[in-house]
Ligand binder design. Sequence first.
Ligand SMILES: Nc1ncnc2c1ncn2[C@@H]1O[C@H](COP(=O)(O)OP(=O)(O)OP(=O)(O)O)[C@@H](O)[C@H]1O
Ligand SMILES: [Mg+2]
Length: 377
Amino acid sequence: MFYGILLSLQKKDMNPFTLRYSPKYFCDRENEIKYLNDNLVNGLNTLVHSPRRLGKSALILHLFHKLEAEKSFETIYIDLFATQNLQDLTKQFGEALLKKYHGRNLLNGVKKLFKGLHASLSFSMDGSPQLDLGITGTQVNLSLNRLFDYLGSRNKKIVVAFDEFQELASYPEKAEAVLRTFIQRMDNVFFIFSGSSDHILQNMFYSAKQPFFQSSESIAIQKISNPEYAAFIKHCFESFNTKITDDAVAHILDFTETHTYYTQVICNQAFYRSGKTVELDKAFEITGNYIENRKIDYLGIYNLLPENQKNVITAIAKEGSIKKPSAVDFLIKHKLPSSSSTLQALNALVGKEMVYRANEGYKVYDVFFMRFLERYF
Ligand SMILES: Nc1ncnc2c1ncn2[C@@H]1O[C@H](COP(=O)(O)OP(=O)(O)OP(=O)(O)O)[C@@H](O)[C@H]1O
Ligand SMILES: [Mg+2]
């Protein structure tokens, strides 16, 4: 009895549909993990790309969790999202190595990694260590050299993931060329590059003029399959002694188009806004209320668009996806102007990352925004 109470998870304890990576509540991705693992074992670097919020970062963290558990590779994850130049990259890289290899004595770590260079340590409000690098120009290259040398000297198999790798393209330096030189030199360190599949990343890896041209294997992350996601959702509810019916799950996955982030958000709501069982009417109430609550935000975004773009994005939302946006029947059905001004508006929306080109045609990027447009216009 006593153990029973300890072991059975209570709904109030936590929500399994976290919006942060959690190894315990991670859905599927077995093929992708195997592919990445095989590449590492065979000494190949990999580019991981997909539209936003499908689960690239979580996939890499899950792979790293597995590799660390197996002790087959040491893993280093570097998020380049907020970086603007090679110095920022070096700082992120340095901080990652400090935490990983010198967590017990950070000051000593700084001395070891950046000996003779202007580097010191400070602590942010939440107590996390921050590296202060007073380096510019050639010293940046020297510091990077030290960091890669350090990894080389470990004589262990190491995998480094650079997430949001497309940021490099906007650095003022020839960062890709610099990094490529270091990367090619390593024989115990393998790399995963990750980012959203926009034209910047495409250009970095598929243009013959660029340093990273054909330097890696590549995988485009797709949506998790509907049956896998449905089974995962049911399992999560059951782990907490609650239940969700098949048709409620089907409605949620239909509403979110099985896009990972949106599914997690709605399931998170369904989990804590319901009692013992979630049935279809409750699922409808949850998705409806969610869009209702976000209405003001989305209206603000919508109102910023020029009239032409408002009409085009609403038409795409109502269609779900559109293969030929200049086709006469689409233009007539949605009372859109000439095909040339519709295409112009479409290109502007693609440029703003509000619409993207998926396999099935042009789609609204943000699934909740799509549902908002569908509902209110
Ligand atoms: N397999 C999974 N199981 C459960 N939750 C997941 C899974 N993959 C991703 N998530 C969750 O979905 C959300 C989006 O995932 P993630 O941030 O990894 O996407 P991303 O492709 O890296 O997005 P971005 O392009 O914006 O960086 C996160 O909240 C993450 O925790
Ligand atoms: Mg990410």
